[in-house]
Design a protein around this ligand. Structure first.
Ligand code: PRP
Ligand code: URA
Length: 209
């Protein structure tokens, strides 16, 4: 699929299996999602440009490197929150915006309830974080909002994606690179990814029971 980059690192595959397992409880689910997110952060930043800096070691002057563009992380609430910790562990100077969206259970259309993003998005590389890309409605709405706020370089980072969601996001925003650890088979009639990992937000925050 065009613009889809799958992360196939063995440690990511191992972690994804733990996340998929219905026996994995909330505290372990949160910890593993955070760890996987750090691993994903390496993969999705592989090709970022650097600028040279001048630094002094204790012995002499040498060349150092800094990221050429500022990084902005934008988790889609709620489940995207579970990815932020892992990302900021390896990109500590990233700024963080938030987009609040939930799916209407009947129509599966995204309903928005919160937006707060840093200024100057146009100068930044924006990573949208959401473990689940299902129909693509939420992801597409989030990207649209970020574009309206001036974002020009946006990457969408998911843990599990359905083909329908990848196609929908690509159709609406063809220039966006989509990263995922797994391209799953399909969606069920309630819009859940199969085999998927269930409701990521509920599993993370214990709101199922
Ligand atoms: C989940 C998930 C995505 C969305 C994906 O959120 O975290 O944001 O569904 O589905 P879509 O691709 O069909 O739009 P949910 O609506 O369950 O909200 P929550 O994270 O607050 O539980
Ligand atoms: N949201 C989830 O949390 N899981 C899915 O499978 C689909 C949407």
């Amino acid at each position: 699929m065009k613009n889809l980059i799958q992360i196939n690192h063995p440690l990511v595959k191992r972690d994804l299996s733990i996340l998929r397992d219905k026996k994995t409880r909330g505290n372990i689910f949160r910890a593993v999602l955070r760890r996987t997110s750090s691993l994903m952060a390496y993969e999705v930043t592989r090709d970022l440009l650097l600028r040279r800096t001048k630094i002094r070691t204790p012995l002499e002057a040498t060349t150092g490197y800094a990221l050429a563009s500022p990084i902005v992380l934008v988790p889609i609430l709620r489940a995207g929150l579970g990815m932020v910790g892992g990302f900021v562990e390896v990109i500590p100077d990233a700024r963080v915006g938030h987009i609040g969206l939930y799916r209407n259970e009947e129509t599966l259309q995204p309903v928005d309830y919160y937006f707060k993003v840093p200024k100057h998005l146009g100068r930044s590389i924006v990573f949208v974080l959401d473990p689940m890309l299902a129909t693509g409605g939420s992801g597409s709405a989030a990207v649209q909002y970020l574009k309206e706020r001036g974002a020009r370089v946006i990457r969408f980072v998911s843990v599990v994606a359905a083909p329908q969601g990848v196609r929908f996001l690509h159709r609406n925003h063809p220039e966006i690179q989509i990263y995922t650890c797994a391209l799953d088979r399909t969606l069920n009639r309630n819009g859940y990814i199969l085999p998927g990992l269930g409701d990521a937000g509920d599993r993370m925050f214990g709101t199922t029971e």
